[in-house]
Write a protein that binds this ligand. Structure first.
Ligand code: GDP
Length: 500
């Protein structure tokens, strides 16, 4: 039975309007075929161009994946440093490396995969043991897993944000040089042979910020292997790199707001273990309600405030944006409505701590909802929280499985209240297809005023985009006004940028 009703947009079919390729084994990845029953919103159909691009990508991936002759050739070139003979068929790759928590990782995967689509590379994931069974294989009849033990670059998981091999270091040591213009193939472009691989340090430190310049994209295009070390959703920052990227992004995503939403729904499907956690919880606690509100509470050390203040911020935001049912002390009117499932609300709390769950649960135990409450109101309110892990423990598989289950449970919400500058919240909202209400961060430990803002789009924020001090030499086809029409400052972070 359907877990909920699709409310808008495209038909809710199991392959999500052709986004997912048919013909994969259902038992090995149940979520791939069942997710559509749980999502409440289907706001954007994939464009025909995106569909054709994905199908072409999948066949490229099958030709070039680990286990194929073309992969073996590419690995031996990486080992020897020799380049391919003229006319030889070759594949080029982007290897995703894990960095930071799960939300960060999911966003850098989506961005890296988008970059692969834009540049004709094959996307492979170097999955560490702490994430071994989190995600299913996304591409039919092939694998996206990099065989880490046989990979010629040593210590893949230990290179970090600023290794000596990063792109900028290669530039500084004249091991690679920018390619200012394609025309003629002369000039700087022939000055150095391309290295066998480049390591892109594109995390919040943004060591290789020159990546976002056209002339450096041309240099990187000549390199067979790119290793991506990032914790960012850098997709919106690709839009202003070159006219070529911009035109391709326009065709792939006529509505820019759909980019992360469609990429995440295409690429990431929780493995069967996580799917069991998410669906058992959903049916036991969330399915019975007529409306589900996800509340994600994330506090960072630099933005911490006392729990009383945080709870006050949540209630003030909820009142401002009419998210959680208001309560009333009129017991006689409320008692009659409490048995009604028609206006019932399940509030799902995701947080490392139990505190806000306890407070909200008590609120709806000790008070009835007012008949004029948000979302119709008057019915029962259940408050649920699957775990409270207390601390982030990204190195442990069991911890990450629970975190991923909660990201998906949040994405099954009708409405979302998320925490600012949290990639955990960004992924939930994009997957859900919901423009969340975002609790603003208490920068400098000051309780934010206003408490929250309604997001202009369901897109994740790129928290560390290249700043204006990155002086690109090649601005071919880049139109600043057009960029401003599609990329804007984030609601929750000055200096962050997002598609809208
Ligand atoms: P961000 O730090 O908020 O941007 O999100 P990340 O997902 O990148 O990193 C935070 C990590 O802390 C998560 O991946 C989890 O491991 C853990 N965590 C944070 N909030 C929650 C939560 O609500 N539930 C669970 N289970 N884990 C959480």
């Amino acid at each position: 039975a359907a877990a909920g009703n699709a409310t808008e947009g495209t038909a809710a079919d199991e392959l999500l309007g052709g986004l997912l390729a048919p013909g994969m084994d259902r038992r090995s990845c149940r979520s791939r075929y069942e997710l559509f029953r749980y999502f409440k919103h289907f706001p954007y159909a994939p464009s025909p161009y995106l569909l054709s691009k994905l199908r072409a990508y999948e066949s490229l991936h099958r030709r070039c994946a680990p286990g194929t002759p073309l992969y073996a050739d590419a690995i031996s070139r990486l080992r020897s440093g020799h380049s391919a003979a003229a006319g030889e068929e070759t594949c080029s790759y982007i290897v995703w490396l894990p960095y930071d928590g799960l939300g960060n990782r999911m966003l850098s995967m989506a961005s890296g995969f988008l970059y692969a689509l834009l540049t004709g590379r094959v996307f492979l994931a170097a999955v560490p043991p702490d994430s071994a069974d989190l995600f299913c294989e996304p591409f039919p009849n092939t694998t996206w897993l990099l065989p880490v033990d046989d990979f010629p670059v040593a210590n893949l998981f230990g290179l970090g944000a600023n290794p000596d091999v990063s792109y900028t270091t290669l530039l500084n040591n004249n091991k690679i040089s920018a390619v200012v213009s394609d025309a003629g193939g002369g000039g700087e472009s022939n000055a150095t042979a391309a290295p066998a691989y480049v390591y892109l340090s594109l995390g919040w430190q943004l060591t290789d910020r020159l990546f976002f310049c056209g002339e450096h994209q041309r240099a990187i295009a000549r390199v067979g292997w790119v290793l991506l070390y990032s914790d960012l959703y850098f997709a919106p920052s690709l839009y202003g790199v070159s006219g070529e990227f911009r035109d391709e992004l326009r065709r792939l995503f006529p509505a820019k707001e759909a980019a992360g939403h469609l990429l995440l729904r295409y690429l990431l499907h929780p493995g069967n273990h996580v799917w069991g956690l998410a669906t058992r919880y959903y049916h036991a606690y969330l399915a019975p309600a007529s409306r589900r509100v996800g509340v994600q509470i994330r506090m960072f050390g630099f933005g911490s405030i006392p729990a009383d203040d945080m709870y006050g911020q949540i209630l003030a935001c909820s009142r401002q944006e009419k998210i959680l049912p208001e309560t009333s002390d009129d017991d006689s009117a409320a008692a009659a409505a409490a048995g009604e499932t028609k206006n019932s609300t399940a509030i799902l709390i995701a947080s490392l701590y139990a505190d806000y769950y306890e407070r909200l649960r008590s609120r709806y135990y000790e008070h009835a909802t007012s008949a004029a409450a948000a979302g119709g109101g008057g019915g029962w309110v259940g408050v649920f929280q699957p775990t409270h892990e207390e601390v982030q423990d990204t190195g442990k598989l069991e911890h990450n499985r629970k975190a991923l289950a909660e990201i998906y449970l949040l994405s099954f919400s009708d409405e979302l209240l998320t925490s600012g500058i949290s990639t955990f919240g960004y992924v939930s909202a994009s997957l859900a297809g919901v423009r969340p209400t975002i609790l603003l961060t208490a920068f400098g430990h000051k309780v934010p005023d206003p408490p929250c803002r309604r997001a202009v789009s369901m897109e994740p924020c790129n928290l560390t985009p290249p700043s204006a001090d990155v002086k690109c030499r090649s601005k071919e086809g880049v139109d600043g006004e057009d960029v401003a029409r599609h990329v804007r400052t984030c609601e929750d972070k000055d200096g962050g940028v997002k598609f809208f």
